[in-house]
Design a protein around this ligand. Sequence first.
Ligand code: ATP
Ligand code: MG
Length: 425
Amino acid sequence: MITGIKGMNDILPGEVETWQYLEEQARRIFAAYGFAEIRVPVVEKTDLFCRSIGESTDIVEKEMYSFTDKGGTSITLRPEGTASVMRSFIEHKLYAQDPVARLYYLGPMFRYERPQKGRYRQFHQIGAEAIGIDDPRVDAQLMAMLTHYLDEVGIRDVELQVNSLGCPECRPAYRQALIFFLQPQLEALCEDCRRRWCTNPLRVLDCKVPGCREATAQAPSILDHLDTPCADHFSRVRAALEDLAVPFAVNPRMVRGLDYYTKTTFEVVTGNLGAQNAVAAGGRYDRLIQDLGGPPLPGIGFAMGLERLVLLKGEERIAPPRPALFLAALGEAAGRQAFRLMCSLQRRGLRAETDFEGKSLKAQMRRAGRLQARFVLILGEEELARQIGQLRDMDAGTQEEIALGELAERLLERLGQRETLDAVR
Ligand code: ATP
Ligand code: MG
């Protein structure tokens, strides 16, 4: 038996309905905020991620799925979406028509991590990017959209945390202050953090190892090191969030695992997912487009992890659609008629099922029950001769005779006149 690859999951019927629901709601809600979908390839040249995410980040150092293709080019399965979206935005000069763009994407991402609950090697993100506006109100609006979405899909018990990481002008002084603070603590830090101390010291604040958390409890705060423009931006973001009545907490220890962030960063966290507590995360990237060879346009975005949203939905999963009708036929002629009726109902958008194996009525009724069919049409030789059928309402347990010619109309009437699959949900 050939099995799937470790950390890469199949999404099976029964759970896929929850995925579809989460995706549909994102499309609907993001569209209201003016976001258009963009679809980019799942592989890119490795350089794109090294240059945008940063050489000394966990992602680039150890989590990328990189390969040399048959032409000798190093390519990488995308570990996140922003870099690809910006590459595409620049390559197609989308800014030429309008420097303001709002884009969203959804799809699989790949990171070579240690698989555990809520952490996989292929996982899925829905992300949104707002390009071309540096007004702090856009930061707040994006967070408002994210909170609105989570609320709408029924994700509760989450907290929005915000921070500012400053900019390339003020962050180096903070970085230096942090290096000084950490130096006497080096012994207490984990091996990863001892390495991060000189390569990416801010990331030490994000380490989940208890010893590292303790050692950094009194660390200096980035918020005390912001220069005037960054501090002003951050206070206006907070004011705009308050204005929009979006609840949030300031977390000065929140740093992000990607180097391109400037100023505002944010995360939505939950206490219900164990160690994998981040549901969504994002931030501003005012230099990224320029660094990738585009015009000097600012941007801000976020990505949500779909697996974690599905885990949080837990028992509240979306039920698969029920068949509207199961046609239980007895005898060959009735079987032919049932098949024709089933196909005509399907053409009208109603989910219908029948038996192909000439099973007994009892066996067919059992199957209808297992499929949770809303109605069953019993069609024997006698019924066929009179062009009628016995329509049984499986929920109410009642049965009545109906004319076969009126089957679709009668069904739609009982299902509430809606000629869609939703009618039987
Ligand atoms: P974490 O701290 O959990 O590793 P991260 O900071 O690496 O998260 P981002 O790169 O900001 O995560 O990605 C945004 C979201 O994507 C996360 O909040 C999370 O919900 C999801 N995510 C990230 N990595 C994984 C993974 N390996 N498996 C499942 N979901 C993930
Ligand atoms: Mg990570």
